[in-house]
Design a binder for this molecule. Structure first.
Ligand code: AMP
Length: 268
Protein backbone atom coordinates (compact mmCIF):
# COMPACT_ATOMS: atom_id res chain seq x y z
CA UNK A 1 0.00 0.00 0.00
CA UNK A 2 1.17 3.49 -0.80
CA UNK A 3 2.00 5.51 2.27
CA UNK A 4 3.86 8.72 3.07
CA UNK A 5 7.06 6.82 3.90
CA UNK A 6 7.15 5.13 0.48
CA UNK A 7 7.07 8.61 -1.01
CA UNK A 8 10.35 9.35 0.78
CA UNK A 9 8.84 12.17 2.74
CA UNK A 10 10.82 13.10 5.83
CA UNK A 11 9.63 12.36 9.34
CA UNK A 12 8.79 15.89 10.49
CA UNK A 13 6.33 16.15 7.60
CA UNK A 14 4.88 12.67 8.05
CA UNK A 15 4.41 13.36 11.73
CA UNK A 16 2.59 16.63 11.06
CA UNK A 17 0.22 15.22 8.44
CA UNK A 18 -0.46 12.14 10.52
CA UNK A 19 -1.45 14.37 13.40
CA UNK A 20 -3.70 16.24 10.98
CA UNK A 21 -5.48 12.93 10.38
CA UNK A 22 -4.06 11.97 6.98
CA UNK A 23 -3.39 8.25 6.89
CA UNK A 24 -2.25 7.82 3.30
CA UNK A 25 -1.52 9.97 0.26
CA UNK A 26 -4.26 10.80 -2.21
CA UNK A 27 -3.83 9.98 -5.90
CA UNK A 28 -2.56 13.42 -6.89
CA UNK A 29 -0.11 13.24 -3.99
CA UNK A 30 1.43 9.90 -4.82
CA UNK A 31 1.55 10.77 -8.49
CA UNK A 32 3.04 14.25 -8.20
CA UNK A 33 5.27 14.15 -5.12
CA UNK A 34 8.05 11.91 -6.51
CA UNK A 35 8.49 14.21 -9.53
CA UNK A 36 8.48 17.34 -7.40
CA UNK A 37 11.04 15.90 -4.98
CA UNK A 38 13.52 15.32 -7.82
CA UNK A 39 13.11 18.89 -9.00
CA UNK A 40 10.86 18.43 -12.03
CA UNK A 41 8.42 21.01 -13.33
CA UNK A 42 4.84 19.78 -13.15
CA UNK A 43 1.67 20.51 -15.03
CA UNK A 44 -1.08 19.01 -12.93
CA UNK A 45 -4.72 18.69 -13.71
CA UNK A 46 -6.46 18.52 -10.37
CA UNK A 47 -9.30 20.32 -8.76
CA UNK A 48 -9.70 21.51 -5.22
CA UNK A 49 -10.65 18.61 -2.99
CA UNK A 50 -8.19 16.11 -4.46
CA UNK A 51 -5.56 16.93 -1.87
CA UNK A 52 -3.78 19.19 -4.33
CA UNK A 53 -2.47 21.67 -1.76
CA UNK A 54 -0.66 18.98 0.19
CA UNK A 55 0.57 17.50 -3.12
CA UNK A 56 2.70 20.58 -3.66
CA UNK A 57 3.09 21.83 -0.08
CA UNK A 58 4.64 18.68 1.41
CA UNK A 59 7.44 18.27 -1.18
CA UNK A 60 8.12 22.02 -1.21
CA UNK A 61 8.68 21.99 2.54
CA UNK A 62 10.98 19.03 2.13
CA UNK A 63 12.99 20.69 -0.64
CA UNK A 64 13.35 23.91 1.33
CA UNK A 65 14.40 21.97 4.40
CA UNK A 66 17.05 20.13 2.43
CA UNK A 67 18.94 23.22 1.31
CA UNK A 68 18.56 25.47 4.24
CA UNK A 69 21.53 27.71 4.88
CA UNK A 70 20.86 31.23 6.11
CA UNK A 71 18.26 32.54 3.72
CA UNK A 72 16.63 35.87 4.16
CA UNK A 73 14.71 36.19 0.95
CA UNK A 74 11.49 34.55 -0.17
CA UNK A 75 12.27 31.08 -1.51
CA UNK A 76 8.88 29.89 -2.71
CA UNK A 77 6.03 31.86 -4.22
CA UNK A 78 2.55 30.38 -4.53
CA UNK A 79 0.17 32.37 -6.72
CA UNK A 80 -3.51 31.65 -6.24
CA UNK A 81 -6.60 33.52 -7.44
CA UNK A 82 -8.54 34.32 -4.30
CA UNK A 83 -8.23 35.49 -0.75
CA UNK A 84 -9.94 32.29 0.44
CA UNK A 85 -7.56 29.98 -1.35
CA UNK A 86 -4.54 32.02 -0.19
CA UNK A 87 -5.67 31.75 3.43
CA UNK A 88 -6.38 28.06 3.03
CA UNK A 89 -2.95 27.34 1.57
CA UNK A 90 -1.21 29.33 4.31
CA UNK A 91 -3.17 27.41 6.94
CA UNK A 92 -2.23 24.08 5.39
CA UNK A 93 1.43 25.09 5.18
CA UNK A 94 1.37 26.00 8.85
CA UNK A 95 0.00 22.56 9.69
CA UNK A 96 2.48 20.63 7.53
CA UNK A 97 5.51 22.70 8.63
CA UNK A 98 4.74 22.40 12.33
CA UNK A 99 8.00 20.50 12.95
CA UNK A 100 10.15 22.42 10.46
CA UNK A 101 11.85 25.78 10.90
CA UNK A 102 10.11 27.35 7.91
CA UNK A 103 7.76 30.31 7.82
CA UNK A 104 4.90 31.24 5.53
CA UNK A 105 2.79 34.31 4.89
CA UNK A 106 -0.24 34.99 2.73
CA UNK A 107 -1.09 38.34 1.13
CA UNK A 108 -4.31 39.22 -0.69
CA UNK A 109 -6.53 42.17 -1.42
CA UNK A 110 -9.37 43.54 0.65
CA UNK A 111 -7.21 44.40 3.64
CA UNK A 112 -4.75 47.24 4.15
CA UNK A 113 -1.26 46.85 2.78
CA UNK A 114 0.48 48.18 5.91
CA UNK A 115 0.28 44.97 7.89
CA UNK A 116 1.36 42.89 4.92
CA UNK A 117 4.35 45.14 4.20
CA UNK A 118 5.39 44.91 7.85
CA UNK A 119 5.05 41.12 7.79
CA UNK A 120 7.21 41.01 4.66
CA UNK A 121 10.06 42.69 6.53
CA UNK A 122 10.41 39.55 8.63
CA UNK A 123 11.76 36.29 7.28
CA UNK A 124 9.29 34.62 4.91
CA UNK A 125 10.30 31.35 3.30
CA UNK A 126 7.03 30.74 1.50
CA UNK A 127 4.81 33.55 0.26
CA UNK A 128 1.25 32.80 -0.82
CA UNK A 129 -0.24 35.65 -2.83
CA UNK A 130 -2.97 36.74 -5.18
CA UNK A 131 -1.25 38.22 -8.25
CA UNK A 132 -2.86 41.67 -8.07
CA UNK A 133 -2.00 42.25 -4.42
CA UNK A 134 1.55 41.01 -4.85
CA UNK A 135 2.14 43.55 -7.63
CA UNK A 136 0.59 46.32 -5.52
CA UNK A 137 2.99 45.43 -2.71
CA UNK A 138 5.98 45.26 -5.05
CA UNK A 139 5.07 48.74 -6.31
CA UNK A 140 5.00 50.06 -2.75
CA UNK A 141 8.30 48.62 -1.68
CA UNK A 142 10.94 46.54 -3.45
CA UNK A 143 10.38 42.92 -2.54
CA UNK A 144 13.18 40.62 -3.62
CA UNK A 145 11.69 37.82 -5.72
CA UNK A 146 14.98 36.99 -7.42
CA UNK A 147 15.92 34.25 -4.95
CA UNK A 148 12.75 32.27 -5.49
CA UNK A 149 13.57 28.61 -6.07
CA UNK A 150 10.04 27.28 -6.49
CA UNK A 151 7.05 28.95 -8.14
CA UNK A 152 3.55 27.48 -7.88
CA UNK A 153 0.61 28.51 -10.01
CA UNK A 154 -2.47 27.25 -8.27
CA UNK A 155 -5.86 27.18 -10.03
CA UNK A 156 -4.28 28.59 -13.18
CA UNK A 157 -7.53 28.41 -15.12
CA UNK A 158 -9.32 30.51 -12.53
CA UNK A 159 -6.48 33.02 -12.52
CA UNK A 160 -6.86 33.36 -16.28
CA UNK A 161 -10.64 33.65 -16.02
CA UNK A 162 -10.22 36.39 -13.46
CA UNK A 163 -8.00 38.35 -15.82
CA UNK A 164 -4.74 37.85 -13.95
CA UNK A 165 -2.69 36.72 -16.95
CA UNK A 166 -0.74 39.95 -17.33
CA UNK A 167 -0.13 40.22 -13.60
CA UNK A 168 1.18 36.66 -13.56
CA UNK A 169 3.44 37.35 -16.54
CA UNK A 170 4.87 40.44 -14.84
CA UNK A 171 5.56 38.49 -11.66
CA UNK A 172 7.21 35.63 -13.55
CA UNK A 173 9.59 38.16 -15.14
CA UNK A 174 10.81 39.13 -11.66
CA UNK A 175 11.75 35.54 -10.86
CA UNK A 176 14.89 33.72 -11.94
CA UNK A 177 14.71 31.21 -14.83
CA UNK A 178 16.58 28.79 -12.63
CA UNK A 179 13.53 27.77 -10.69
CA UNK A 180 11.20 24.82 -10.37
CA UNK A 181 7.65 25.59 -11.45
CA UNK A 182 4.52 23.70 -10.46
CA UNK A 183 1.42 24.51 -12.45
CA UNK A 184 -2.03 23.31 -11.38
CA UNK A 185 -5.33 23.77 -13.12
CA UNK A 186 -8.73 22.09 -12.87
CA UNK A 187 -8.95 22.09 -16.67
CA UNK A 188 -6.30 22.09 -19.39
CA UNK A 189 -7.77 23.58 -22.56
CA UNK A 190 -5.45 24.98 -25.27
CA UNK A 191 -5.29 28.48 -23.80
CA UNK A 192 -4.09 27.13 -20.46
CA UNK A 193 -1.56 24.84 -22.09
CA UNK A 194 -0.10 27.72 -24.10
CA UNK A 195 0.15 29.76 -20.93
CA UNK A 196 1.81 26.81 -19.17
CA UNK A 197 4.33 26.38 -21.98
CA UNK A 198 5.55 29.95 -21.48
CA UNK A 199 6.24 29.32 -17.83
CA UNK A 200 7.28 25.68 -17.52
CA UNK A 201 10.47 23.91 -18.47
CA UNK A 202 10.08 20.37 -19.77
CA UNK A 203 7.24 19.54 -17.37
CA UNK A 204 5.89 16.17 -16.32
CA UNK A 205 2.14 16.02 -16.81
CA UNK A 206 0.15 14.67 -13.90
CA UNK A 207 -3.50 14.15 -14.70
CA UNK A 208 -5.98 12.60 -12.38
CA UNK A 209 -8.56 10.25 -13.74
CA UNK A 210 -11.68 12.17 -12.96
CA UNK A 211 -13.27 9.13 -11.29
CA UNK A 212 -14.26 11.05 -8.24
CA UNK A 213 -15.99 13.81 -10.12
CA UNK A 214 -19.73 13.52 -9.81
CA UNK A 215 -20.12 15.90 -12.72
CA UNK A 216 -18.51 13.36 -15.05
CA UNK A 217 -19.42 9.97 -13.69
CA UNK A 218 -22.34 10.42 -11.38
CA UNK A 219 -25.98 10.98 -11.89
CA UNK A 220 -28.52 12.21 -9.44
CA UNK A 221 -31.32 10.19 -7.97
CA UNK A 222 -33.94 10.84 -5.37
CA UNK A 223 -35.46 8.12 -3.23
CA UNK A 224 -38.52 8.44 -1.07
CA UNK A 225 -38.48 6.70 2.27
CA UNK A 226 -40.49 6.77 5.46
CA UNK A 227 -38.68 8.80 8.08
CA UNK A 228 -38.18 5.77 10.34
CA UNK A 229 -36.77 3.92 7.38
CA UNK A 230 -34.20 6.33 5.96
CA UNK A 231 -31.17 4.68 7.52
CA UNK A 232 -32.14 1.22 6.28
CA UNK A 233 -32.92 2.53 2.80
CA UNK A 234 -29.63 4.35 2.57
CA UNK A 235 -27.71 1.25 3.62
CA UNK A 236 -29.54 -0.74 0.93
CA UNK A 237 -28.73 1.82 -1.73
CA UNK A 238 -25.05 1.96 -0.82
CA UNK A 239 -24.80 -1.83 -0.76
CA UNK A 240 -26.57 -2.15 -4.08
CA UNK A 241 -24.21 0.31 -5.70
CA UNK A 242 -21.24 -1.45 -4.20
CA UNK A 243 -19.61 1.91 -3.64
CA UNK A 244 -16.05 1.71 -2.35
CA UNK A 245 -16.31 5.15 -0.78
CA UNK A 246 -19.26 7.39 -0.14
CA UNK A 247 -19.86 10.73 1.40
CA UNK A 248 -23.03 10.95 3.46
CA UNK A 249 -24.32 14.23 4.84
CA UNK A 250 -26.80 14.27 7.63
CA UNK A 251 -28.55 16.81 9.79
CA UNK A 252 -27.00 15.85 13.11
CA UNK A 253 -24.01 14.10 14.63
CA UNK A 254 -26.39 11.74 16.34
CA UNK A 255 -27.92 10.63 13.03
CA UNK A 256 -24.46 10.05 11.57
CA UNK A 257 -23.42 7.92 14.56
CA UNK A 258 -26.60 5.91 14.29
CA UNK A 259 -26.06 5.35 10.61
CA UNK A 260 -22.46 4.20 11.13
CA UNK A 261 -23.53 1.82 13.90
CA UNK A 262 -26.42 0.29 11.98
CA UNK A 263 -24.64 -0.04 8.68
CA UNK A 264 -21.55 -1.67 10.14
CA UNK A 265 -19.42 0.34 7.69
CA UNK A 266 -16.30 2.19 8.66
CA UNK A 267 -17.14 5.80 9.16
CA UNK A 268 -15.37 8.90 10.40
P1 AMP B 1 -7.35 20.33 -1.40
O1 AMP B 1 -7.55 19.54 -2.65
O2 AMP B 1 -5.93 20.76 -1.24
O3 AMP B 1 -8.31 21.47 -1.27
O4 AMP B 1 -7.60 19.35 -0.17
C1 AMP B 1 -8.88 18.90 0.17
C2 AMP B 1 -8.94 18.42 1.61
O5 AMP B 1 -8.30 17.16 1.75
C3 AMP B 1 -8.29 19.34 2.62
O6 AMP B 1 -9.19 19.53 3.68
C4 AMP B 1 -7.08 18.59 3.10
O7 AMP B 1 -6.81 18.87 4.45
C5 AMP B 1 -7.48 17.15 2.91
N1 AMP B 1 -6.36 16.23 2.59
C6 AMP B 1 -5.30 16.47 1.81
N2 AMP B 1 -4.51 15.39 1.72
C7 AMP B 1 -5.08 14.42 2.46
C8 AMP B 1 -4.72 13.06 2.77
N3 AMP B 1 -3.64 12.49 2.28
N4 AMP B 1 -5.56 12.37 3.57
C9 AMP B 1 -6.68 12.94 4.07
N5 AMP B 1 -7.06 14.22 3.81
C10 AMP B 1 -6.27 14.95 3.01
Amino acid sequence: MMNFKNLNLINPIIRAVTEAGYSKPTEIQYTAIPHILVGKDIIGCARTGAGKTAAFAMPILQLLKKYTPEHKEIRTLILTPTRESAMQIEENLAIYSKYLPLSQLSVFGGVSMGGQLAALRKRVDILVATPDRLLDLVNQRPIDLSKIEILVLDEADTMLDMGFINDVKKIVKLISHKRQTLFFSATLPGSIRRFAEMILNNPVEVTLNPVSSTAQTGGQSAYFAEKKDTTGSLIDILQERNAARSLVFSRSKHAVNKFVQQSGITGI
